[in-house]
Ligand binder design. Structure first.
Ligand code: KMT
Ligand code: NI
Length: 173
């Protein structure tokens, strides 16, 4: 893991590192509800999933080889700023990518994830995802219930969404 506040306004090629040189530690991530673990074996993931009441999972490979023509469209849609009404776990099996999360000052914090990294994003946090310049990541997605998480793109209307309100109350006060 290597988290750095992304360069403000650096919205050129989303797959570039946008490294500001400003480091954000795991503890600072936890202040906005983002939990990071390095878990070298699937048994460790199974244990964590059981503890948190996760019932379902799938695996996704995001690459041009696997996705073909829809790859570019998919990567752009993952990069739309959004939230979910459920907690979201991602476990990186291979390759690498970036999850960007908003900090308390509404700046992007870019979290670089590699093989064996696991991240838990709380319900209601604004975030986005992209592959890096290698254009390849394989990830396990874990779901508490049915794998039907819907991205809700950022908008003022979400200020009154109960999951967003709960997130703001818990972490931005
Ligand atoms: C997300 O939440 O944006 C994703 O699941 C992206 C694909 S998982 C690497
Ligand atoms: Ni998401």
């Amino acid at each position: 893991i290597n988290n750095e506040i992304a360069v403000a306004g650096a919205e050129g090629d989303q797959r570039l590192p946008h490294d500001s040189g400003k480091e954000v530690g795991v503890e600072e991530l936890s202040n906005v509800g983002v939990l990071y673990y390095r878990i070298p074996s699937i048994e460790g993931v199974n244990k964590l999933a059981a503890e948190r009441g996760y019932k379902n999972r799938d695996e996704i490979t995001v690459s041009p080889e696997k996705m073909g023509d829809i790859y570019e469209t998919k990567v752009k849609s993952f990069f739309e700023e959004h939230l979910h009404e459920d907690e979201e776990i991602r476990y990186i099996r291979d390759g690498a990518g970036y999850f960007d999360v908003r900090n308390k000052g509404d700046q992007w914090v870019r979290i670089q994830l590699d093989k064996d990294d696991l991240i838990i994003l709380p319900a209601g946090i604004y975030h986005r995802f992209t592959t890096d310049e290698s254009n390849y990541i394989q990830a396990m997605r874990l779901f508490k219930e049915e794998p039907k998480w819907t991205p809700l793109n950022r908008s003022g209307e979400l200020d009154t969404n109960p999951h967003r309100k709960e997130y703001v109350t818990q972490f931005f006060c």
